[in-house]
Design a protein around this ligand. Structure first.
Ligand SMILES: [Fe+2]
Length: 270
């Protein structure tokens, strides 16, 4: 699996505190089935000043330490860039694009949708960048109207949802929104957004199973073809996965749940 979004570099955001925690987290990602991960520390102007030269240097160091430790995880450079960062709208060689390519991971706020959202997407695409919106399902306004996401995708953005949202870690609203976006065919990548082995461990395999229960086995593309295209700077197709399989799997999933509930009620009465 390719993990497009995780916090694995030490001491530069709210991820691992030191190299030991960093290596331990990478090891648990390998155990989870992740083969390639993009290090995406927060980049917030004046708070987390994680520009490209700094991130690249730490990624290089992490690669060296992983090789020494025998951890077979391929690491790419990147960042989770605050939507209001000037680096998104102003040309700069300091922007840590994903794997040094054209895609830039943009952090969706949880409580608001910025007024300038459409302009930010336009500014990024106008510069030849591929904006990838990180965990839109955790946004409380989008949870009330998932149709807004269609406009962002139409404008040229790709969507990445967090595995933890599908597992209910971020509450019922985020879970439902993630499921709705999946069923709408608007999701291009599923990522761990892992921060540490204890607080927010990698649970991408379980999340992928949850996605498969909703859209079928084609969900594999959310940790394969989708992230792969994004790392090449190409926007994945929408939908990324087969619509027919999606509907069939969804209907089967719903019918299966209904049968389970009925069976449980009958057993309870016996
Ligand atoms: Fe993140």
């Amino acid at each position: 699996m390719i993990d497009l979004h995780c916090h694995i570099l030490p001491g530069i955001d709210d991820g691992p505190r030191d190299w030991d925690e960093s290596i331990e987290l990478c090891r648990s990602m390998v155990d989870d089935g992740i083969t390639r991960a993009v290090a995406t520390p927060h980049l917030i102007d004046g708070v987390y000043d994680n520009r490209k030269p700094k991130v690249d240097a730490l990624v290089e160091e992490l690669r060296r330490r992983l090789a020494e430790s025998g951890v077979a995880l391929r690491i790419e450079s990147g960042a989770e860039v605050d939507l209001s960062s000037r680096l998104v709208t102003e040309p700069s060689s300091d922007l840590p694009a994903l794997a040094g390519g054209k895609a830039v991971l943009l952090e969706m706020p949880v409580a608001v949708i910025p007024h300038a959202m459409d302009e930010i997407i336009f500014a990024a695409t106008s510069r030849g960048l591929l904006p990838v919106l990180a965990h839109p399902e955790r946004n409380e306004l989008l949870q009330q109207d998932t149709a807004i996401a269609q406009r962002w995708v139409d404008a040229g953005a790709a969507l990445q949802i967090d595995g933890d949202s599908l597992l209910g870690v971020w509450g019922r609203g985020a879970k439902r929104c993630a499921e709705s976006l999946l069923l709408s065919g608007l999701v291009h990548a599923l990522a761990s957004d892992a921060h540490s082995c204890k607080r927010r461990p990698p649970r991408l395999r379980r999340a992928l199973d949850a996605a498969k229960a909703i859209v079928g086995d084609e969900a594999d593309k959310l940790v394969g073809q989708g992230p792969e295209l994004i790392l090449q700077g190409r926007c994945p197709p929408t939908p990324l996965y087969d619509i027919g399989a999606r509907r069939g799997a969804s209907a089967g999933h719903a019918a299966g749940n209904l049968l389970q509930r009925v069976a449980r009620q009958i057993l309870d009465r016996l």
